[in-house]
Structures are given as C-alpha cells and as structure tokens.
Design a protein around this ligand. Sequence first.
Ligand code: AMP
Ligand code: TRP
Length: 332
Amino acid sequence: MTKRIFSGIKPTGHMTLGNYLGALRRWVEVDQHQSDALFSVVDLHALTVDHDPGRVRRLSRQAATLMLAAGLDPERCTVFVQSHVAEHARLSYLLECTATDGELRRMIQYKEKGARARAAGESVRLSLLTYPVLMAADILAYGTDEVPVGEDQTQHVELSRDLAVRFNQRYGHTFTVPRATHPSVAARVMDLQDPLSKMGKSHASTAGIVYLLDDADTVHKKIMRAVTDSGREVTYDREQSPGIANLLEILAACSEGNPKDLAGVYESYGSLKRDAADAVVELLRPVRERHAELAADGGHVDEVLKRGAERARGMARPRVDAAHVAMGLLPG
Ligand code: AMP
Ligand code: TRP
C-alpha cells in the first residue's frame, strides 16, 4: 500500500523561511512524489488566538497560493482548506472524548501561548487548549502514516499517536498510528534577531523573520543584520553561538551542505552572512515569481482548493464514520 502523508500550515501570518525549510520544501521535493499526500491550509487552527476575519481569509488564500507556487502539484497530491472538510471538526469532538484535560494542559505550546496571553491581560480561548486534538483529527482522519513537520510539532504528533492507540484499544482498530518526520537540517530555523526563539510567523517584531514574499533587498538586509555573538571564529555550536549556528543551518539547507563543514569554509561572520543572504534570495526567487503569476489568477487557486476538498472528504469520511459508530453513536 502507498504511504499516506498529511501535513498542514496555519494561516496566522505570512509564511516564513522557517515554514519553507522546516516543512513546505520537503513536501514539494520528497513527500508528494513518494506517497499519497494531503497538504492543508489548517484555517480552523487560526481561530484559536485573537484574529481578524478578513486577515485570516486573505492569509488562507495566500498560503494556498504559496503552496502551489513552491511546487505542490495538485495532480500528484491533495491541496485543500481544512474548514471545507467537515470531517475534521466531527472527528475532533470524538477525539476530545478520548483525550484527557491533563494531557492537553501539559502541551508546551499551550503553556507558552497561554502564559503570554494571560500576562498581557488577554483571555485564552478554549480552542487553544483543545487545538492539539483537532490536529490529531486532521492526521488520524486520513489513516496517515507520516507527518512531515518542523521540530516544534513533535509533541503534538506524539499526542496524535497516543490518541490513536487509546481509541483503537477501547473501540477496536480504527486509526493508523502516525509518526512525525523532520528535515535533516533546519528543522528549527531561529529568529535572526533572537536566535534562542523559533522564527515564528506571528511574532510581533518582524526584523528577524524572513518572509517568503519579502523582496530580495529586504531579505539581504534582514540576514546581514542578524544578531551574532561577540566571537570572531565561525564555529557550528548551537549552545555557544546560536546566531552563527542558525546562519550555517540556513545556508546548509539552501546549498544541500552540512553546517559543520560549512563552518570551516568561512573566516568571518560577514562573508557567511553574505553567502547565506545570497543563497536565501536565490532559493526564494522562483517561489516569489510563481506566486505573482498564480495570485493574478485567483480562480485557478479556488478551483484547485475545491477539487482538493472533494477528494479529501472522500478519503476522510469512511474512517470518521467508522469512529462514530465504534464509539456507540447510531449510524446517521
Ligand atoms: P505553522 O507556521 O505553525 O503553521 O507551521 C507550519 C509548518 O512549518 C510546521 O510543520 C512547522 O513545524 C514548520 N515550522 C514553522 N516554523 C518553523 C521554524 N522556525 N523552523 C522550522 N520549521 C518551522
Ligand atoms: N499545528 C501545526 C503548526 O502549528 C499545524 C497543523 C495543524 C498540522 N494540523 C496539522 C501539521 C496536521 C501537521 C499535521 O504548525
């Protein structure tokens, strides 16, 4: 049987170099060729934090356009918007009845984002707590074997595994137990201004974030201004020189090299930055160009999403129906 792959991206901000190197590029270059793959703009997840409806709508279309611009081929894989397939929310409720509140309160992302919101005097949406269950539903609905993601998602995929195993034990075999896969380098691209934090698309300060749609000049500036430590020698050491390690990883990911070997090539921080900036600009150039073409023809993207949703629905429905009945609900 062919391997089933599922992954998703949240429309909470403009897509970043972290999204591209940690996830999207591998979906394009490897996953869509090796498996029966689904890639989703997981828009329901964008509603777990304070949001502006118009912005979510715009970012959803932009994310889908960028996924196609990066090279996902709708003839090879299924590209769709999560909320167009009702099975996700249906299964999420069934899985909420399989999960415990304790295991969700332990999720690092919930603890961090929740604490940040409370510190700012904001309330925390209940969906921020239950979000990993919806993510498990995204994955389990399709009988997914592999989930290609950046390292920040490991704990969430673990929860999906736990829920699949528990559900199968209680109600009979229904779900495949999935596993996370990560790229060999740049599984965690760090913020250029704060190399101890992940380059995240919804961060308030954007100086350390390279967006896929930034123009060449902006990319250059951001990388040349990346924060480094006060040393001079270029060494690959995430603990001692996290800023330099991040640049080496970015360059390695762009040039199919290895960060340790690259460290030996550079005599100064400046030349490393220059080469990293050039490499990122060249890497993103075709994506930006294709994005501009596709964005000019919104009808095409909408059509791809419509067909994708139909296909995804057909794949998810039988398994979600089976889970519904296995839990004791009368068949509809
Ligand atoms: P998100 O932006 O949270 O929807 O993430 C979409 C995908 O990009 C997930 O697979 C993440 O793990 C991955 N990703 C997001 N930010 C980074 C980063 N800074 N480094 C590596 N992967 C990332
Ligand atoms: N939680 C993921 C993130 O923040 C996005 C996501 C939602 C996802 N559902 C998914 C990723 C299913 C992989 C599979 O990046």
